[in-house]
Design a protein around this ligand. Structure first.
Ligand code: ZN
Length: 239
């Protein structure tokens, strides 16, 4: 199986995002909307996703953002109003990249830690391209935060509208780093189910396609193997 790191995202392919980040005056909503469109297309391409009816996205702000939403009327990415109004552009793009990854990847009703892992890693990769200092600081704080939660605890977090417990994003990011380091990006990316529209990742069937050595790496990174819903907890590796 090919082990390769993900291709580095470059600032050159993020022209609308760079235009937003480097606007001399207060960045406009129009520039922000173009940046979000660009990030969404890139998130879809990086993970091999079909955007279908999610291709057109509206950008909103709210005090309790960032979040994303898909309804029959359309797709919305809602950014934190404080960051947008105070023109904290690095923070805005980091949020937008994370939510764009969700629009490309995540089932509207059933996100999992896998979605958070992929979205957090995508957002960090975008920042590495457009604002390396922001990326360095973010990675530092994600690594520190990861200490607050074990992989097993991360997998038990109930995802919903509530704020996630401290350490969750850090642990998700670090888990992605571990998996990618051991399996390579090509294998990790299959968790995003390339070629299919946004939906829920199937950890168990992904795991079953791995060889024995890779499965062992996954069990180490996750603290346990995948467990089939509705069955007693057990390690699938070796059983
Ligand atoms: Zn998220």
């Amino acid at each position: 199986m090919a082990r390769r790191a993900p291709r580095a995202i470059t600032a050159r392919e993020l022209t609308a995002t760079m235009a937003y980040l480097t606007e001399r005056r207060h960045a406009t909503r129009a520039r922000l909307a173009s940046a979000v469109d660009e990030l969404l297309l890139l998130a879809a391409r990086e993970h091999g996703k079909e955007l279908a009816h999610r291709a057109s996205v509206e950008v909103a702000t709210a005090p309790d953002g960032p979040t994303w939403d898909v309804t029959e009327h359309g797709t919305t990415i809602t950014l934190e109003s404080y960051a947008v109004e105070h023109d904290f552009r690095g923070q805005v793009i980091y949020q937008a990249a994370h939510e764009a990854a969700h629009v490309a990847l995540t089932d509207a009703d059933a996100g999992t830690w896998i979605d958070e892992m992929l979205a957090t890693r995508f957002a960090v990769r975008v920042m590495e391209a457009v604002d390396p200092e922001y990326a360095r600081q973010t990675i530092r704080s994600l690594l520190a935060e990861a200490e607050l939660m074990t992989p097993r605890e991360m997998r038990r977090v109930q995802l919903g509208d509530d704020e996630y417990p401290g350490g969750f994003y850090g642990r998700a990011f670090v888990t992605g780093q571990h998996l990618e380091g051991r399996l390579g990006w090509t294998a990790l990316r299959r968790l995003a189910r390339p070629g299919q529209p946004a939906g829920t990742s199937d950890l168990t069937s992904w795991f079953e396609q791995l060889d024995e050595l890779q499965r062992r790496s996954v069990v180490v990174a996750l603290g346990a193997g995948p467990v089939r819903a509705g069955r007693p907890r057990r390690l699938l590796a070796g059983g």
